[in-house]
Design a protein around this ligand. Sequence first.
Ligand SMILES: [Zn+2]
Length: 479
Amino acid sequence: MKKFAFMLLLLLFVVVLPGHGQAAAGQNKIFLDGQELNAGQDVPVENVNNSIMVPLRMIAENLGYKVDWNQTSKTIKIEQQGKAIQLIVDQTAASVDGKTVIMSTAPLLRNGTTLVPIRFIGEQFGLTVKWDNTKKVVDLITPPVSEPNIDPEQSNGDGGTVVVPPGEPSSSLSMINGISFNENRFTIAIDGNAEPKVSKISGPDRIIVDLPNATFSDIFGTGQILDPDLNGNLTVTDYPDVSGIRYSLYSTNPYTVRFVIDLNTPKNYSVEVSGDSSKLIVIDLNAQAPGDTSTQPGNSGRKLVVLDAGHGAKDSGAVGVTGKYEKNFNLAVILKAAALLRQENKIDVVLTRSDDTFLELKERAAIANNLGADLFISVHANSSGSAAASGTETYYQRDASKALANVMHKYLVQATGLSNRGVRYGNFHVIRETKMPAVLLEVGYLSNKKDEALLFTEALQNNVAASMVSGIKEYLGIQ
Ligand SMILES: [Zn+2]
């Protein structure tokens, strides 16, 4: 089965649970041009409100800057060759060469170390920054000596530094968290109210998507390349109509992020916007009819369903009596259900994982919460110390999920034909921490020989997937 590019979105959202981002001590590493800083020692890196916070002094000094700390005023001064940066702990406004620059998150003190957003480091020191959430590794790359080739269409006049006039609230800016291109659909995940302005240009053919009052969030750079001038490219393969997608912070006055979809052939498109404060903007190039079928952006009424295949990679989940892994069953069902849901024109579907990948539970919930999903459905298989235990259960944790659980269970029990063990309360993380109706399906018992054999049949998996679609559609009132 084709690997769907929503893994890309996934990668973008795995780091975004505010307040839970502090990784275990000793896990984080920072590399500057491939050299590990403070190798072997604990390096403080935190995720605070989607900002990856990194130690300022360690990085600045390794770049040859002079760093001064004033304990009384909690002020840090950084200087090198006429460049002067001054920032104060707990204040988002910093001074860079006399101009005010607003950071997405205020510097904070951790055990005597000041942490600042990685984006601030990248922009002010001219570095390419990357954060690998899985490996907990920050990569800082200094620019090559020769000037990078900047497409004039993408270059913003002031070299890309995010400079905000003093007093302008940075919170009014929409934050672009990630992008993906999948099945001829270009998807932008964004927090905020920015309305896309989409236009078509020929010679060469391209589609321009401008997002006023928007910029890239820190986590954008964890999934996509973002160079110090806030330009980048999304490589698109396997889609003959599209040669690539470029993006940049096109203007800082007013703030505008521009995406350019480069086409090999003229294409029509439609624009869909779904979600609430966290939105998905979809530029769909699958429009059929010739002529201009572009539509005005607006809430499309489409529903976003997040499907979660339990466990993955090093976490096998339950192991069946003949050694089959729960994680593989869960993924097989989810992929089948996703394929069916993608045929529904009123439903968008996002997977927490679409291959054998490990994800923390909080990351799964964060994906759904950050996308403002309408439903969250997690698929699992059960295990019991009693080999006789057999049957199908559906779990909810919050009252708001009860109705969904009842509908899903009705169809699921029909699909498995196993004994009906009922709709149950279960205090599971993914259905507790999600903010939309959320259920966890325990399709059968892998500790039971008969259940295990059945669960790994194509027919059962197809039936379960179809039952999920039936339940989702009935619950959402979609015909
Ligand atoms: Zn499980």
